[in-house]
Every structure is written in structure tokens, then in C-alpha cells.
Design a protein. Structure first.
Length: 118
């Protein structure tokens, strides 16, 4: 399994930017990595993910063109660059690792709070 720790959350004004980091340890080789978010009173939803080689990325329609996922396998780090943030982006953001090289998300971090003020 993979252990994950997110960081980089905070308070930002609408239109601003923030970069989240996810430090991974354990069996990270070959894993897909994903970002999810959970707004107050709502279910956790997919934000985006990235393949091991970084060749494949996909994003939720709500963040496409504004958010970018990247990874540095040498450092076991995954990043979520968030630009043009909107108040509806206020949520706890979670990093996840896929099992068996796929997108069955079976490892989760504790989350980091992002608050976007209007």
C-alpha cells in the first residue's frame, strides 16, 4: 500500500492560485495518482489524475484548463497546481493512489483544506 500526506492548502482569494503537494511513500512504483475534493456537506468528487509516466492526465470538466497535475517520481511527489480559483473550489482536497497500476483508488491521504474567498 501507499502512504500519502498532502500539504499546501490555505486561504486564497477568488482568482488566485495555490499549489498542493502530495508526498508518497511505500509501494509507489507504477501507480496512478489522483486528486479528489470534498466540499462541506457534499460527497467526495474526482478532480484529476495522472499516470505513472505522466503521459496521461485527465480532469473533471469543472477544473479543466485551470488545474494541472504533475508528478516527480524521483521525489515521490505529486502536485496539483490550481489557478483561477473559484469560491466553489472550497473543499478538503485529497490525494489518492491507485491499486495495481490502475485507477482503483485504495490509498488516501488525510486531506488539506482549501478555502477560496469571494
Amino acid at each position: 500500500q501507499v502512504q500519502l500526506v498532502e500539504s499546501g492548502g490555505g486561504l486564497v482569494q477568488a482568482g488566485g492560485s495555490l499549489r498542493l503537494s502530495c508526498a508518497a511513500s511505500g509501494r509507489t512504483f507504477g501507480t496512478y495518482m489522483g486528486w479528489f475534493r470534498q466540499a462541506p456537506g457534499k460527497e467526495r468528487v474526482f478532480v484529476g489524475d495522472i499516470s505513472w509516466s505522466s503521459s496521461f492526465t485527465r480532469y473533471a470538466d469543472s477544473v479543466k484548463g485551470r488545474f494541472t497535475i504533475s508528478r516527480d517520481n524521483a521525489k515521490n511527489m505529486v502536485y496539483l497546481q490550481m489557478n483561477s480559483l473559484k469560491p466553489e473550489g472550497t473543499a478538503v482536497y485529497y490525494c489518492a493512489a491507485g491499486a495495481g497500476g490502475g485507477r482503483s483508488w485504495d490509498s488516501w491521504g488525510q486531506g488539506t483544506q482549501v478555502t477560496v474567498s469571494s
